[in-house]
Design a protein around this ligand. Structure first.
Ligand code: SF4
Ligand code: SF4
Length: 155
């Protein structure tokens, strides 16, 4: 019964899905993510002055590339592993990471089966996709010139 209710809630969860065949490793998704999460909203300042990192990371292997990002798992290993309570799941099932609470132990980085959490070594906190909280549409999806990222209800 409890599982049924949980599944119903998750039907409201929209996530970003990568389409590997369409990815051309342009990294526009990385830049858009970094800019949107910056104070300046300027890509140069975001990278060079604010020392920000993108949450999706484009992995390239020969002719194949894919933008890797958080899958907002039903049972998030990162949440179980977090020692500080920095990771939490909202009522729809999206998984969030509070960078101010994170103590930089990197447990979440080690356990994520998708390689979707990254350590920001300089700032000593982890970071992952937050589905662009506060925006109607994730910036990476908007920025992708090739429809290699789609924002869709959980499948
Ligand atoms: S960070 Fe990894 S383990 Fe945590 S919810 Fe996202 S994909 Fe799942
Ligand atoms: S690095 Fe931060 S978010 Fe990750 S497990 Fe440790 S305290 Fe939690």
């Amino acid at each position: 019964m409890e599982q049924k209710q949980q599944n119903k809630k998750r039907r409201n969860l929209y996530k970003v899905y990568p389409i590997e065949e369409n990815c051309i490793s342009c990294r526009y998704c990385e830049v858009a993510c970094t800019m949107v999460h910056s104070e300046s909203k300027d890509p140069i300042k975001a990278y060079k002055l604010e020392d920000l990192l993108p949450r999706p990371t484009v992995e390239v292997e020969g002719p194949v590339s894919i933008s890797v990002m958080c899958r907002h798992c039903k049972h998030p290993f990162c949440l179980d592993a977090c020692i500080s309570g920095a990771i939490w799941q909202d009522k729809n099932g999206a998984v969030h990471l509070d960078e101010d609470v994170c103590v930089g132990c990197w447990s979440c980085v080690l356990v994520c089966p998708f390689g979707a959490v990254h350590p920001h070594l300089n700032k000593r906190h982890s970071l992952k996709c937050d589905l662009c909280e506060g925006r109607d549409f994730p910036a990476c999806v908007e920025a992708c010139p090739n429809r290699a990222l789609v924002y869709d209800r959980e499948r």
